[in-house]
Design a protein around this ligand. Structure first.
Ligand SMILES: Nc1ncnc2c1ncn2[C@@H]1O[C@H](COP(=O)(O)OP(=O)(O)OP(=O)(O)O)[C@@H](O)[C@H]1O
Length: 377
């Protein structure tokens, strides 16, 4: 291949990776608290993203640690170490990746684990990088095995082995790549193989946000969207946002719609309450999916224990959606427990649904919560 052909093939691979990244995100959408529902919503969300570390609200520890890593790299005039960001969806992993690139004055390349089905896809992306580029790999735990192994080498030695041919005649041609910073994002740090995890120089775990921080985020977003609010109104939205900035911003937009159409445009507590009731977000922040999970767990499976797959089928959702979107928040609010024998409803779940805790519940005096059976989830 002529060098222009190689260049345009590499460019096409990078563009394809970015397209797939956006499509993957869009595909994860369906309810009011869900993600990236349509292009307009995505555009608004992008406009609300903090652009610098100073604009990021909350996550003080990760912010301080990351700032130190970046400052040190800058002062040495070196490419920053690879960074792994873990935590539930919508807490700011992509935002931080963008900020890392901007603080390092480096271009950001975007892709995601599921988009890299073959090692060749990754080789094309890596060979298109320039020195200092930041490569963001969302859902890095979902990359294929061969691609993962290629990434080990690229992260450590800035080299990829491109395999030409098949079977015994196959040869590996080493290809140098310029030093770059990999930012991996994962909702499941535990699923990353040790060798991959160990190659990140810094791991930041993002926690759910406190209501006070979410309130500040809602106020900031309302300012950017030019929505009139009163403190009780933004506080109400913050309380129902499941500790998640993306949900806080999404709820603010729905409350703004309601305020404009059914009220005088100002987000008060009453307007927020009425709007969120309409969109089926209850006072604890549980949405339709969360309540469906609790409902199935209590009403159909007597409170559990029940395996994750069975629970997912019962609510008509993907296993991953139940595990990564609904469960972390239900666990955090103390309504669901993950036990060695499967998922179990806690007394708080029964109470939330307005039901009495049955005597057969593993949490009652008669039940055993932690059996010695195999995990069913
Ligand atoms: N610390 C923060 N301060 C202010 N706004 C934030 C913060 N973190 C996230 N946001 C807002 O939340 C939205 C979602 O954040 P982001 O897309 O970075 O989440 P994510 O963790 O990458 O989610 P996913 O894993 O689903 O891609 C952003 O558009 C941004 O406006």
């Amino acid at each position: 291949m002529a060098s222009e052909d190689v260049e345009s093939a590499v460019q096409a691979a990078l563009e394809q990776a970015e397209r797939e990244f956006l499509e993957q995100r869009a595909a994860r959408a369906d309810s009011v608290t869900d993600l990236d529902a349509d292009p307009d919503e995505r555009a608004v969300e992008a406009a609300l993203r903090p652009r610098s570390m100073d604009e990021v609200i909350g996550q003080e520890r990760v912010r301080e640690q990351l700032s130190l890593v970046l400052d040190a790299a800058r002062s040495r005039g070196r490419t920053a170490d690879h960074v792994l960001l873990s935590g539930p969806p919508g807490l700011g992993k992509t935002t931080l990746a963008m900020i890392i690139a901007s603080e390092m004055s480096a271009p950001l390349r975007l892709t995601s684990g599921p988009a890299i089905t073959h090692a060749g896809d990754l080789a094309a992306i890596l060979s298109g990088l320039n020195e200092g580029d930041v490569l963001f790999v969302d859902e890095i735990h979902r990359m294929s095995r061969p691609a993962e192994e290629m990434l080990y080498l690229a992260m450590e030695d800035f080299r990829v082995d491109v395999v030409i041919g098949k079977g015994p005649g196959a040869t590996a041609i080493p290809l140098e790549i310029p030093p770059f910073t990999l930012v991996g994002a994962t909702t499941r740090a535990g699923l990353l193989p040790g060798p991959l995890r160990d190659r990140f120089g810094f791991t930041g775990h993002l926690e759910f946000y406190a209501a006070a921080d979410l309130d500040l985020i809602v106020q900031r977003s309302a300012g950017l969207l030019e929505v009139g609010t009163v403190p009780e109104g933004t506080a109400e939205i913050a309380l129902r946002s499941r500790g998640t900035p993306r949900i806080a911003n999404r709820l603010l937009r729905r409350v703004r719609d309601y305020a404009q159409v059914r009220a005088d445009g100002i987000v008060t507590r009453d307007v927020a309450r009425r709007a969120l009731e309409l969109f089926e977000v209850d006072e604890t922040g549980l949405d339709r999916l969360d309540r469906a999970v609790l409902d199935a767990l209590c009403r159909r499976f007597g409170g559990g224990p029940v395996g994750l797959s069975t629970l997912a089928v019962a609510v008509g959702e993907e296993r991953e959606t139940v595990e990564e979107v609904a469960e972390p928040f239900l666990v955090r609010t103390g309504m669901l427990a993950r036990t060695p024998r499967g998922r179990v409803a806690t007394p708080a779940a029964w109470t939330h649904l307005g039901l009495a805790v049955p005597a057969s519940s593993p949490f009652s005096d008669h039940g055993t919560l932690f059996g010695d059976g195999e995990p069913t989830g």
